[in-house]
Ligand binder design. Structure first.
Ligand SMILES: CN(C)C(=N)NCCC[C@H](N)C(=O)O
Length: 259
């Protein structure tokens, strides 16, 4: 991948992250905490206790890692498609790959990027869930003083495996849903582009947006499980595993164990 593409991907990914992060913080808090009555209540409480900055907690690691994570995703996708269809990126407009191949390549990209994303995502979720206001003299410090302190604390307490808490749920979330993402994107581009031509910027924008919506609708149930498993390590080990978390048994029977 040329350096310009890497940098362009980094800047556009980072811009998307800055715009989306406040909504992501509300989503993560609603998924893992029981103190909010809904989206508006969560937004109001976050603003009152933590000011606007509260919505941006945990954003630095995702920004730093987005270029690498996306290069893995798109690089693996493109190479998997090359292996499956024996056509290069340029040849694909004249000989479009089948949707089955697009799906398999997307799943492969999703599977591998999930493992790169897992430690960064864990730290993001832990920091987003810290509801303490910005440090004031005399007030108790939050558990994690920042992303590096968070990573070091998890590493010290649980070793390298601790940094991959919830990685299985993340992999199960991203493998099929990134397959869905690429199939939806390809399908929409082909619907609105004459045969053999390159899709216009407008088509790429709309197809990317709808592909994102479709894939996130499919990803959300496992996203809830993933976030809860990532937070479960903080108190006691509330879940025996992915299936245990899916049943929700600890939360229903012993709510104090759940975050
Ligand atoms: C449709 N799906 C599940 C995805 N697009 N997955 C990759 C998302 C990575 C992103 N930083 C995140 O919000 O976790």
């Amino acid at each position: 991948m040329p350096v310009e593409e890497f940098v362009a991907g980094w800047i556009s990914g980072a811009l998307g992250l800055v715009l989306g992060h406040p909504f992501d913080t509300v989503k993560v808090r609603l998924q893992t905490q029981t103190t909010y009555r809904g989206i508006v209540d969560c937004m109001v409480k976050t603003y009152r206790h933590e000011s606007l900055l509260g919505f941006f907690k945990g954003m630095s690691f995702p920004i730093a890692s987005i270029a690498v994570v996306n290069s893995v995703l798109f690089g693996v996708y493109s190479n998997a498609l090359l292996a499956l269809t024996a056509t290069s990126h340029q040849e694909r407009r004249a000989q479009p790959p089948s949707y089955t191949h697009v799906f398999i390549a997307g799943c492969t990209g999703g599977f591998l990027q999930a493992y790169c994303l897992a430690p960064f995502d864990l730290i993001k979720v832990r920091l987003q869930n810290q509801t303490e206001p910005r440090a004031k003299p005399g007030s108790p410090p939050p558990r994690y003083r920042g992303p590096v302190h968070c990573a070091a604390s998890i590493f010290q307490a649980e070793g390298p495996r601790g940094l991959f808490r919830g990685a299985w749920a993340l992999t199960l979330r991203d493998t099929p849903t990134l397959g869905i993402y690429f199939v939806t994107y390809e399908w929409l581009c082909r619907q609105f582009t004459p045969d053999g031509q390159t899709p216009s910027s407008g088509t790429v924008l709309v197809a990317g947006g709808f592909a994102g919506i479709t894939s996130w609708v499919a990803a959300t149930p496992l996203d809830v499980i993933k976030s809860r498993m990532q937070m479960a390590g903080l108190k006691q080990r509330a879940y025996g595993g992915l299936l245990d978390c899916m049943h929700g048994a600890p939360c229903l029977k012993e709510p104090d164990k759940c975050l």
